[in-house]
Ligand binder design. Structure first.
Ligand SMILES: O=C(O)CCC(=O)C(=O)O
Ligand SMILES: [Fe+2]
Length: 205
């Protein structure tokens, strides 16, 4: 089944603003209607050119504990955890979702990193999306599909402040302003979790 723009129906009006210092984070559960989000998940799972990237950590090569695909406007190159990625051209499906996000948020995006967490053993370690190409105040729109996973936040300073949020199927998480400068985030492993797809729409300068 192919998603038409109409089938990518938006539902939720509820927005939770996380009250974290030096961060600007909003969570919108039910941003996508359940069935539309399910269809999007199935189509992305089947049609995405999934790859397992290699990263260098302290001079050693590691396979990332998830699959991913980088999609975006032609000519964009992007550094992510010491790897350079050239984007796959936009699919019609994700161009449609991008347009919906742009009208819902008022922001512009020219690329998306798609992650597949095959099961609860897949994860994403502590990081900030603070590469110079994302500008001073990166705006990141994160759409979650499939299994619920915990999104952990921790302050970069020594205050020990942290926060945990369950990212639900069909939800949208917006990160703006100084969030990446002062906070890190991660998706830890989780026992018995089913597959999950996450899309982080970004604007690369
Ligand atoms: O899977 C997620 O919700 C977060 C993904 C993420 O942080 C990233 O790709 O930079
Ligand atoms: Fe991230």
């Amino acid at each position: 089944m192919t998603n038409t723009p109409k089938q990518l129906g938006l539902l939720g009006k509820r927005t939770d603003v996380l009250q974290l210092p030096d961060a600007d984070i909003e969570y919108r559960p039910g941003f996508l209607e359940h069935a539309a989000a399910m269809a999007l998940f199935e189509q992305l799972l089947a049609e995405t050119d999934w790859r397992q990237e290699t990263v260098q950590v302290y001079g050693k090569s590691h396979l990332t504990p998830r699959l991913s695909c980088w999609m975006g406007d032609a000519g964009l190159d992007y550094q992510y955890s010491n790897m350079t990625m050239s984007p796959t051209p936009w699919s019609e499906l994700l161009q449609t979702l991008k347009a919906r996000l742009e009208s819902a948020t008022g922001d512009k995006f020219n690329s998306v990193l798609i992650n597949l967490y095959r099961d609860g053993a897949d994860s994403n370690g502590w990081h900030s999306d603070d590469e110079p190409e994302l500008g001073e105040s990166p705006v990141i729109a994160s759409v979650s599909l499939g299994a619920v996973r915990d999104f952990k936040l921790r302050r970069k300073n020594k205050s020990g402040e942290s926060y945990s949020l369950a990212l639900e199927h069909g939800s949208l998480l917006m990160m703006r302003g100084s969030t990446q400068r002062y906070w890190q985030h991660q998706i830890p492993k989780r026992a018995h979790a089913g597959p999950r797809i996450n899309l982080t729409f970004r604007f690369v300068y």
